[in-house]
Ligand binder design. Sequence first.
Ligand SMILES: [Cu+2]
Length: 124
Amino acid sequence: MPVSVESWLGLTVAVMVAAGCSSGVAPGNGAVQNAAAAKQVTVKITGFQFQPETVAVSKGGTVIPANADSVPHTATPSPPGSFTATGLLAGGDRSAPITLSQTGTFGYACNFHPSMKGWITVVP
Ligand SMILES: [Cu+2]
């Protein structure tokens, strides 16, 4: 009998998140593509950084930037158009879920703090 792939992936991602998953994977080098992709990922914004900086999500899945800083931030795709920008996220605000409908690796940054960069890898 087939095991539910979805529940297995969900469990794997949960374990990775619980373990911190902070092995220093350089953004954009493709290593993250071997990780199980989640249907929904929360990116915490803290200390003027997106944490984790690189996330993997399955096509059609969602990413939720959550601003844990006290100052406003945005998560804005760069170049524009690869997904919907969050708009301004005040301190403590969470974005509405952003749907990723194309596969690939997409960069984003904060409009106010250009040094804040993150990447979303969308896998089939
Ligand atoms: Cu910012």
